[in-house]
Design a protein around this ligand. Sequence first.
Ligand code: SER
Length: 624
Amino acid sequence: MNAKGIILKYIDFFERRGHKLIPNSPLVPENDPTTLFTSAGMQPLIPYLLGEPHPQGRRLVNVQNCFRSQDIDEVGDNRHTTFFRMLGNWSLGDPARNASQCEAGGYFKREEIGWLWEFLTRELRLPKDKLYITVFAGDGNVPYDKESEEIWKEVLSKDPSINSGQAEKRIFAGDVTKNWWSRSGIPDNMPKGEVGGPDTEVYFKFDDIDHSDKCDGDDPTKCECGKFLEIANSVFIEYQKTDDGFSQLPQKNVDFGGGLERLLAAVEGKSDIFESSIFSPIISVIEQSIGIKYSEFEKDFRIIADHMRAGVMLANSGVTPSNKEQGYILRRLLRRSLDSWNALGGKDLTLVIETIASECSKTDPEISGNFERIKNTILEEEGNYKKAVEGGKKLIEKELEREGKKTGGEIRGKVEISADLAFKSLASFGLGPTQLRSLGYEFNEQELAEKIKQHQEVSKKGADKKFAGGLADQSEQTIKGHTATHLLHKAIRDMLGSQVHQKGSNITAERVRFDFNWDDKLTDGQIKQLEEVVNKKIDENLPVFYKFMSTPDAKKIGAIGLFDEKYEGEVKIYMIGSEDPDKAYSIEFCGGPHVAWTREVKSFKIIKQENLGRGLRRLYAVVG
Ligand code: SER
């Protein structure tokens, strides 16, 4: 049975049990500014999990394309992928709470667990002795899920192939880190209003894994040797996060998700999902293109296969590489896979892209029609990446020459560079640690990681942390102050004229300080006007974007702000209101970070002004 066969069986199984097939939602969500990608089948269903009636009823089934950017760095092992297809079935509301339900009403733990076992063992014919179960062990807020445990015991002990007394030995209890599911993870990480609940998971046990490392018996919540693969997760969504714990949702929901790639690996008995029939043609074409065996460089092959496949799916959804949001993630994916591709000596990517597109079009047929666009998106980024690498190399070589460390010519062997320089090449050309290493540079990894960490942007929108440069203090208040400064700068120029410029600024968690060239004391009316304009822009909740570009390009689009004229690398430009320079309210050189939407700044008030002499004035303001 191949991937398509599993999909057909799954949909048929749940349709026969009263479920209505709902379409695969776009990979880039249409109406959800809180997240960059669809990462679970339940995501578009949140209003219905909260109680809104779904037009197709209370029993739903689908196959959802998902992308999880938080897993990028996990890819390289035998099980993680960033893009995957999730088989999902839902019950929107337990009949116990909706007594008027007819037959096709909602259901809860008993039906879900019984059907899941039937589907896995009868339809997919997974060997029963390889399946292990986990349930929620409870925590301070939500009790031990005894009900699921009892239902599983009944289901397993009724199965003639499971010996009496054996059922208990297959069921284990996990804490919030293992058997609790919400989009934000454990309860402590859930924002107010987020839904979630305890889950019960099914694991497939592989015997062909080297058990020596981190092996811990038959408990999937403890053993980390890699022999257990999670193939199914039934979440009982009945809770909503509140200020001081959880409240019960008006209805008890079931949210089942099973990764197609993992189910296929279990069906085909492949402990390495990259050897299953979804990935094996891709792995073969990489082997063929590079002339190296998968077994020799497994990690690089997996990164190329997963990231290029995800790249094809994102490009198919209309994403193009850029320095913001979804485009930034696509850029990171493609560049990470190009690092591995180049390191292994890969040349022409075309055949790899073609093979991936043809594999993916078996389940997403529109890919065939989009193929030329997808291919060009990826190949163009390959070209841009080559240019960025050249730029980064030049920057580093220049600096080394300046320091007298290199007298010209080609670098041979490893060259040591400072973490500062490594960071500069990252900030200017986007060359990350892996790329720098593959170019033959050595640096203090920890120091660089700390620098990157210090500069990571606090973005409420993205599931991913994006790179940013700039402020050392990145408290929420300081970030708000930073965005308010850009708004003030623009407002002050609009009011006094474009001869006025920022001459300095200093932002702390307590206040914003802003210096500018102006001789006269601002009148009360002028102060009021500035406050009004800035607060209006805050209320308009304008989006904040950034882009990297050369200084001349930045000046061409009218970027203002303090910057080093002589700086040859790319500079970071923040735009408020639109990423189209003609429509943006403010365009400014800046390292960031900034809020994602201006309303996060909340409010702006000028508290003091000072005369600094020499035609300079200073304003103090508070935000939030
Ligand atoms: N939402 C759960 C998951 O993503 C089950 O569908 O695993």
